[in-house]
Design a protein around this ligand. Structure first.
Ligand SMILES: NC(=O)c1ccc[n+]([C@@H]2O[C@H](COP(=O)([O-])OP(=O)(O)OC[C@H]3O[C@@H](n4cnc5c(N)ncnc54)[C@H](O)[C@@H]3O)[C@@H](O)[C@H]2O)c1
Length: 254
């Protein structure tokens, strides 16, 4: 039995990695899916892949730093499928790395603009639509970094991503009475483009892998299943949480 049959879902940051795997899983579990990210060719290929597997998806490329893009994604869901039930705000960047005394204003602002403000723009318009159709589930992608674990040189990433946890709680409290659930998923390390960019030597990969109690990193598909849980009625009494999916990383680091 498909777990989100006939629901309408929006996945932002779907051109690769966790978002790509989640969009495919949502479609396989019966949802009609709107996919967004910056790279049009990758999104079009994803839509074709979903259609070839018997699913229904549509893409719109854009940049989450633009509130107009957030609004356009919701308008597309509404025009094409008539409603919005699930929104996964997953677009993210590591931002400018390095000693915090040297971080540029542009690098700092960009991490905040993509990871935090872009996710807020998304939720603002998604929730407005969900209120029209009786509620829904909003999920943000945060991280263990800045929540249970800190690394030198990642201040902009940590601050922007832990800000998402405060945003999760604020929105969950504000819109819970109207049937909107809001949660954050906090992955450990996941085998994606971002992971490879952040950990580009065998030594750093071995170090990161070793931090996890499971002594491996995750596949994007494993995160997708956790996001599906938060999206579906399986988590109908779960709201306002920072949902760790970190292979036990936090227990080894706390
Ligand atoms: N990979 C990990 O180890 C890991 C761990 C914890 C959290 N995360 C988070 O998971 C999320 C997904 O990352 P991933 O690991 O799948 O990496 P990824 O690089 O494969 O995916 C990032 C996605 O975000 C999109 N994106 C980035 N900037 C954007 C912008 N300005 N506008 C629109 N789309 C934009 C990219 O196009 C892509 O679709 C990110 O928010 C990341 O911070 C990743």
């Amino acid at each position: 039995m498909p777990r989100i049959k006939d629901k309408v879902a929006l996945v932002v940051g779907a051109s690769s990695g966790i978002g790509h795997a989640t969009a495919k899983l949502f479609a396989a579990e019966g949802a009609k899916v709107v996919v967004g990210a910056r790279r049009k060719d990758e999104l079009d290929a994803l839509v074709s892949e979903i259609a070839a597997a018997g699913g229904d998806a549509v893409a719109l490329a854009g940049d989450v730093r633009s509130e107009d893009y957030a609004q356009a994604l919701v308008a597309l869901a509404s025009e094409r499928y008539g409603r919005l039930d699930i929104a996964f705000n997953n677009a993210g960047t590591l931002g400018e790395k390095g000693p915090s005394t040297g971080i540029s204003a542009a690098g700092w602002n960009d991490a905040l603009a993509i990871n935090l403000t872009g996710s807020f723009f998304g939720a603002k318009h998604q929730i407005a639509q969900m209120l029209k159709n009786g509620g829904g589930s909003v999920i943000f992608t945060s991280t263990f970094v800045g929540h249970t674990t800190a690394f030198p040189g990642l201040a902009a990433y940590a601050a922007s991503k832990s800000g998402l946890i405060g945003l999760t709680q604020a929105l969950a409290a504000e819109f819970g009475p109207q049937g909107v659930r809001v949660n954050a998923v906090l992955p450990g390390a996941v085998e994606t483009e971002m992971y490879r960019e952040a950990n580009d030597t065998p030594e750093t990969q071995a170090f990161i892998t070793g931090l996890h109690a499971l002594k491996r990193i995750a596949r994007a598909e494993e995160l997708a299943h956790s996001v599906l849980y938060l999206a579906s009625d399986d988590s109908s009494f779960v709201s306002g949480t920072a949902h760790l999916v970190d292979g036990g990383l936090s227990i080894t680091r706390s």
